[in-house]
Design a protein around this ligand. Structure first.
Ligand code: 5GP
Length: 206
């Protein structure tokens, strides 16, 4: 049972959509939040830090965490394992925080199955596939093969865009940040089902 005073904001979308830049832009305006740091078995990229971008673990460690039921959700993305640890999320929710996840469409489904009543989901995308390709090539952190894989993945993910509450098209960073800021603030207004049921009970009794 997860005690739920806080709420969840799921952000999905292809790498290159600008999720990190958007979060940085709005981080001072959305109140107390906890950005969930996922665990992954993928290789650390240049510029990434353990415990900041991800917890980087071996496949064996990841398998043990699955066995011990440590994850709220986990999935294979681009051939690597990614997972959201339950413990820090529980803590942040019990402290009434806005918990932000940067997870893929599989993760969004899993989080909605477990925490749907307090979850708001947003799919962030560049305006077009050609713009995504341009951004991935320009940031030149990935090999051609990795870029191809990301593009294929993006084409698959966009097919499931209707599973999200909101879509943010990141064409102009400032405008997209304005929209995301409003969504993040509104996400806090979600009320868990048990609180609503309590309210109805009391409302009828008065
Ligand atoms: P990257 O390797 O580029 O950092 O992330 C690849 C993809 O994995 C992104 O779509 C990202 O949203 C997703 N991802 C990162 N962490 C998690 C996680 O904990 N769970 C799930 N389901 N997806 C994740």
């Amino acid at each position: 049972m997860i005690e739920k005073n806080g709420v969840v904001l799921v952000l999905s979308g292809p790498s290159g959509a600008g999720k990190s830049s958007l979060i940085n832009k709005i981080s001072d305006d959305i109140g107390d939040f906890y950005f969930s740091i996922s665990t992954t078995t993928r290789e650390m990229r240049d510029g990434e830090e353990e415990g900041v971008h991800y917890h980087f673990v071996s496949k064996e460690e990841f398998a043990k965490d699955i066995e011990d039921d440590h994850f709220l959700e986990h999935a294979i993305v681009h051939g690597n394992y990614y997972g959201t640890s339950l413990k820090p999320v529980k803590k942040a929710l019990s402290e009434g925080k806005l918990v932000i996840f940067d997870i893929d469409v599989q993760g969004n489904t899993a989080v909605n199955n477990r925490l749907g009543d307090i979850t708001t989901s947003v799919f962030i995308t560049p305006p077009s596939l050609s713009e995504l390709k341009k951004r991935l090539v320009n940031r030149s952190t990935d090999s051609e093969e990795v870029i191809d894989r990301r593009i294929k993945m993006a084409k698959r993910e966009i097919q499931r865009i209707t599973e999200y509450d909101y879509i943010v098209v990141n064409n102009d960073l400032d405008l997209a940040a304005d929209v995301l800021r409003q969504i993040a603030i509104t996400a806090r207004l979600k009320i868990p089902h048990d609180v609503i049921n309590d309210f109805v009970q009391k409302w009828e009794d008065i």
